[in-house]
Design a protein around this ligand. Sequence first.
Ligand code: GDP
Ligand code: MG
Length: 461
Amino acid sequence: MAIDKEKAKDLLESIDEIFDLFAKGLNEETKNFLKKAVMGPAIEEIRKLVEDARPPVLLVMGRSGHGKSSIINALAGKHVATVNDVKPETPETIPYLVTFEESFSTWQIIDTRGIFETTKPTDSSKEDAVSVLKNSILKYSPDVIMHVVSTPSTRNLSNDFDVYNEIMAEVKKEHSVSIPTILVLNKADTIGNPREWPPEENAKKAGLLLDVINYMTKDVLNVERTPLNNNFHYRGFTFNDSNYVGIIPVCSLEDDLWNIESLSDLIGNNLSEEAKFDFFQALKRKEQLRKVSSSLIKRFTGIASGIGSTPIPIADIAILTPLQLLLITIIGGLSGREISKETAHEYLAAAGVNVGAAIGIREGARQLSKLIPVGGLVISGSIAGAATYSIGKSAEAYFFYNKKVKVKDIKKEIKKEMKDKDLDTEKNEVGKEDKEVKWKLFKFNKKDNKEAKKNKDDNKL
Ligand SMILES: Nc1nc2c(ncn2[C@@H]2O[C@H](COP(=O)(O)OP(=O)(O)O)[C@@H](O)[C@H]2O)c(=O)[nH]1
Ligand SMILES: [Mg+2]
């Protein structure tokens, strides 16, 4: 299971109803403000995630037999493309859809065949091949292009790279788009002695792979490169100053897959938000989907903080419940649960809220508001933000890692982690952003505590 877009639409409708229920006691002005400034953007976030989601369009090019079909199968984790098909007589483009029914996701693959078969500089049909590829790129506007090259033959193919750069220059000139292209060195196993495999266990093979990569990045593409993994340079590099965004050696033989995850990560990282979701959801890539969840939590935290600028102070944080319920359910969906009230209830039960089996989503919402008892205080933006962040993170820990984390403990965690130097070693962007959010919340919390204390002292006087 995963996010079923139809069910997500239903959820958005019921969230709207729940909001009306919770906002019943509020005056019109505040209610409208909240709807516009808080619920509206939250629902919009989910709508964007779900409704704007579209299949990623992946174009594969490269010579026949170098393994285009095998790579598609390896990425999809199933047989979707015919391996070993006959050499095409003329360059042609075959588009097809790959559906992942159980994860409600689809990819579009554009298989260009025979393009580079006819690109000898003297060949009169070079023009044809070039225009077929150019037109396919313009027609399908792929999100990512994979240029598949058999590793042992890289040194004979410099003409292919020239032709490709020529095409991309024209595409760029006419349509001012540049499409990230990944150079996939397939059949990495076949360079040198095929029995010396994998490179992790065969230093000689690792060295040969690195030679090819060095040749490609330094002599052919001449790019500034960053290793994907500091310990294993032979697993590939990324670059950002050419049509090519990276080079990744792989083995796409069904029984001997190697480094395919590096490839799918690099594809995913080069997809727009709308295309990323279907890509990772199809692959059920937990860590990648957790990143989607984390950035959603951050955005919801920001949205919830907006409550701080209501025209009329709001004393009950329960008004944020519909927003948090939406967040919880979508996080559950990202982790592979169904988009349903049962998913929200599963989390509530784990968080220690007693949810009877028969109660509806509204009751679930009421129960959720009990998790953060701050009744009586005027809700500041920072409290609203911190509460939403805490609930989101607690739901994430539960759904993704099966960890029961009490919401109130998360706030403590935030403070504790601030002192934890390990956070500095987090290299990825999300890690950095996480840290920033934590900093902000930490400061907010401190300020809140001071203010709360001051209010208390004032009351005493
Ligand atoms: N040793 C090895 N063989 C591969 C690899 N990938 C594909 N092949 C084989 O290469 C042949 C052509 O593959 P195919 O995917 O049909 O290439 P396409 O014509 O580019 O689509 C098939 O016999 C595959 O089994 C690989 O990584 N290693
Ligand atoms: Mg093929």
